[in-house]
Ligand binder design. Sequence first.
Ligand SMILES: Nc1nc2c(ncn2[C@@H]2O[C@H](COP(=O)(O)OP(=O)(O)O)[C@@H](O)[C@H]2O)c(=O)[nH]1
Ligand SMILES: [Mg+2]
Ligand SMILES: [Zn+2]
Length: 352
Amino acid sequence: MNEQPRAEGTGPDEGPAVDVLRTLGLTSDDILEVDEGLDVGRVSIVHGATGEVIWCDAAGQEFISTCHLSPSLDVRPVAGDWVGLRDDQIVTVLPRRSALRRPDPNGRDIQVLAANLDLVLLVVPIDRGLNVRMLERFAIMAWESGARPFVVLTKSDEASDAGALLEETKLAVPGVDVLTTSSQSGEGIEHLRDLLHEGVTAVMLGASGAGKTSLLNALEGSEEVTRTLNRSGEGRHATTTRKLYRLHSGGVLLDIPGIRLLDLMVGQEGVDETFSDIGEIALGCRFRDCSHNGDLGCAVEAAVASGELAARRLENWRLIQAELAHQEHRRSPEEMMKQRKRGRPAPKDPKR
Ligand SMILES: Nc1nc2c(ncn2[C@@H]2O[C@H](COP(=O)(O)OP(=O)(O)O)[C@@H](O)[C@H]2O)c(=O)[nH]1
Ligand SMILES: [Mg+2]
Ligand SMILES: [Zn+2]
């Protein structure tokens, strides 16, 4: 194994190639070990049997190529993947540190949308109130990815009571940071820029019309973000693609296909994180496998009765549990049977 190029902190390698890879979002958690003679790059998009890759040679000269996928690949590369290249062919997909997934249209398989993310921006408009159920689903999917979820409330200039909606959002996704923004007035945009600094790769998850494109334009201060970026001023890093934006603030934004509500993936871990308030209260339930549905000594239902927990929150949790069971069933009937026999998983210890 050749050990170059590698991220800072994982090896002695510094140099022009690593400098370029950093502008592509390389972090110290990415370990780019590839075979001798391979170049390293980052995938911006894959369509069919080819992928668009931004890569650089050992001298730090940057290129953008449409590369064929080697038939020997055992992992299909996706946007955000670090890959090893030989002669314009992707021959290695490096290990992923996070991955955003959704159910395949057939409902049985799982599709990876983007890899090696640090931040999943949940873009949620508040000009017509807050769609809590959609927010919860986005949050679950984000938690499942292994990246950090971050809620960006948009269109605050048209919100009736942005302050109240902010509080409602915080209750819906405990433990997730929330920022109120407006692409119109500029509220929150500077904060968002600070968040998207070098070494951060982000995606925006949000319904069509949520304000994602406007946000990107506000961040970049331009209507035309697909123009050639030239941050070094020396003609280097001059390539960007329609799908991998190198932001002026230093971060990388991957453009992924829009997600419909139906596509959202539900996973136990993401549900536990998103409903950590219920998980915490459930520690007080008499039975570890309490279903919070008429069970004896249920602390969660008691919390609803006392007003400590909103009834709607428990309702949403139940709906999500049903959906989780349904998705798992569609994916694997056998696994579903096993889980039924084992009973419900015990609530997880609260993290905070
Ligand atoms: N008032 C207001 N309208 C916005 C804001 N951001 C986006 N919009 C409008 O919302 C619509 C959808 O925005 P767009 O960025 O295309 O959403 P996308 O589909 O998520 O990319 C457009 O008509 C925008 O002008 C905002 O901050 N304030
Ligand atoms: Mg758009
Ligand atoms: Zn209970």
